[in-house]
Design a binder for this molecule. Structure first.
Ligand code: ZN
Length: 605
């Protein structure tokens, strides 16, 4: 057994027994029990040893023989923006058929106020549907004849119904339509150009009410804990202003015990003003300060990225050709990297393609040398990286954060670049063998779902959500390796690999009891795993049956009242053939409305 202190015989606040604990500790051994005091693990080992720390006040929970893992850490999640928008969004994450997806839109359209939208903002792929196709504009019109609807797929395509097009006032002559691909069909539109896709999304109204924004943030963080996530590194946010849009999170960090630890990176908001942005924030902000009142490493600004300069953004749109940067990118990037490096800020940089990684590394090599930069830096995504650039990153001491974006768009990649090129993507084994720090994650909430189990499935099987074998077998990793990347591996990206990501004395007491044993279930069942008890810093932040009695106090009712989250929740576990749980809830809402004979107004629902 290992403990933090043997002399003073401290007592535990919480003990978990009858568990199969994957510790990922240096000794590599699994344990049967763990003890927590305050925010840290006190002891990990056999039951009899751990029970020595029990006092009359210790809460003891039997894990019922279930698998326990260190809390998951998504090292690339757009959590702060995802949280602000969560209550506004209808999530198709996990929905098994397009038919059900469209029925959800129809049900939501009936309860959405006229000045709002039904919005599906990514996190899904057409290949998860039994129909294996995108919706059509005509189907969106049919599902919502009066209410504006916008459906985003992976920053690649936006579908807008007729009511939505009227609301936007988008015409063939307008700038957005001219700049990008914009096809007007069935009185709605399909928008495909990257700039146009971003421009259209930016037109949708945000949640205006501050209390709603706080409620949305709380609901999103709770939803993350449902899957065993206890930490995330926020990779910066487009269309999210610092510090104003970060105030709901700051309020929670100040007033409550955050269920998920958040390290965040600042993100240049507007093309053309990046230099001024970084000059301002490297002067006014200080990385590394914990802004959470009751959580170690609870809410900490870490550095700058993933977008430092908009010109140097290689959009991961596999439905379009690879973006080719103009010759001015190096100068623009050099100025900004010099600014961050000379202030010794940690840096992370979005890069999808090997070709653009080459150009980024050219700039990094020069500027890091010139500024004697010594801090942590990382490339994000790196889906098509090749051996020479892997070697360069290793030599320069950088990290790589990987995600499951290709699990959602791999079929499109194969169609554009062919099977041979597809077999070389996501060379995770090569990256690990090079000895580079690697973190795992999702890039949710738009290109992918935030469900970490889809990403673990992807790393272990190399299969897309649509079950195409994309990654070659020699680039797959074991379940333990994948879990290591999703815990202690991700912790490197916030400089916390020594304090979290393992179940060991002295480490942050972050762990999850799983619904199914990750190490023994079949590959396909990895996708269905959820947490049944999530603990962050010793606090139970989520509990489901059979541990429901330990659940934390419920969040205030979802607001606004018409929020899709109130009806559909978040991620859907499809229930083969049976009617979805939301259908029952919707029927009950409709009955309640009819019984009270209220006018058919969306807000009364
Ligand atoms: Zn990115």
């Amino acid at each position: 057994m290992e403990t933090t202190s043997k002399q003073t015989a401290p007592t535990a606040d919480l003990i978990v027994v009858d568990a199969k604990v994957t510790t990922l500790a240096d000794n590599g051994r699994d344990a049967r029990a763990l003890a927590v005091k305050g925010e840290q693990f006190l002891a990990v080992g056999d039951e009899s040893e751990v029970m020595l720390f029990r006092s009359k006040d210790t809460r003891v929970i039997s894990a019922r023989g279930c698998r326990v893992i260190p809390g998951l850490n998504d090292s690339h999640l757009h959590a702060i923006r995802g949280a602000l928008l969560f209550n506004l969004e209808l999530r198709w994450d996990g929905v098994a058929s397009l038919k059900e997806g469209l029925a959800m839109i129809a049900a939501q359209a009936n309860r959405t106020p006229v000045d709002q939208w039904v919005r599906v903002m990514g996190g899904w792929t057409p290949f998860q549907f039994i129909e294996r196709r995108m919706p059509t504009v005509a189907e969106l019109n049919q599902a919502a004849p009066q209410t504006p609807v916008l459906v985003l797929f992976a920053y690649s395509e936006v579908l807008i119904n007729e009511a939505g097009l009227k609301r936007l006032g988008l015409k063939p002559s307008s700038d957005t339509a001219r700049d990008g691909g914009c096809e007007f069909v069935d009185d709605g539109a399909i928008v495909t150009g990257n700039v146009a896709v971003y421009a259209v999304i930016a037109k949708l109204p945000a949640l205006a009410n501050f209390d709603d924004r706080v409620n949305s943030t709380e609901n999103f963080l709770r939803e993350l804990t449902r899957f065993g996530i206890t930490s995330t590194v926020d990779a910066g946010e487009s269309a999210t202003a610092y510090p104003d849009d970060y105030k709901p999170l700051q309020l929670l960090a100040t007033n409550s015990r955050l269920p998920v630890r958040i390290s965040n990176f600042l993100f240049a908001q507007t093309s053309g003003t990046e230099r001024a942005f970084w000059e301002k924030w490297t002067k006014e902000a200080t990385p590394g300060v914990n802004r959470a009142a009751c959580r170690l490493g609870g809410y900490v600004l870490r550095g700058g990225g993933e977008v430092m300069v908009w010109k140097a953004h290689d959009y991961e749109n596999f439905m379009a050709p690879r973006p080719d940067w103009d010759a001015s990118v190096e100068d623009n990037l050099t100025q900004v990297v010099r600014q961050l490096a000379s202030h010794n800020w940690p840096i992370r940089m979005h890069a999808t393609y090997d070709e653009t990684i080459t150009r980024i590394l050219n700039v990094f090599e020069r500027v890091f040398k010139e500024t004697s930069y010594r801090n942590r830096w990382a490339i994000d995504h790196a889906e098509t990286i090749k051996a020479p650039n892997i070697a360069r990153i290793k030599a320069m001491g950088g990290g790589i954060a990987v995600q499951d974006r290709l699990a959602f768009t791999g079929e499109m990649f194969t169609e554009r670049y062919g099977a041979e090129a597809a077999a070389e993507v996501f060379p995770l084994r090569q990256i690990l063998d090079a000895g580079i720090p690697v973190g795992a994650g999702t890039d949710a909430t738009r290109p992918t779902s935030y469900n970490p189990w889809l990403s673990l499935y992807w790393m272990v099987t190399g299969k897309t959500i649509g079950r195409q074998q994309l990654v070659s077998k020699d680039n797959l990793v074991s379940r333990e390796e994948a879990l290591r990347l999703y815990t202690v591996g991700s912790a490197w990206f916030s400089g916390e690999e020594n304090v979290k990501g393992r179940v060991a004395p002295g480490k942050y007491a972050d762990f999850a009891i799983l619904s199914d044993d990750y190490f023994t279930v079949g590959d396909e069942d990895i996708r269905r795993i959820e947490s049944v008890l999530t603990v962050t810093g010793g606090d139970i932040v989520y509990a489901a049956q059979p541990f429901g009695e330990f659940a934390p106090k419920p969040i205030a009712p979802v607001s606004p009242v018409w929020s899709p989250v109130g009806l559909f929740g978040g991620y859907h576990q499809s229930v083969g053939g049976a009617s979805a749980p939301w259908e029952d809830a919707n029927a009950a809402l409709i009955r309640a409305t009819q019984q009270t004979a209220a006018p058919a107004s969306a807000v009364t629902l």
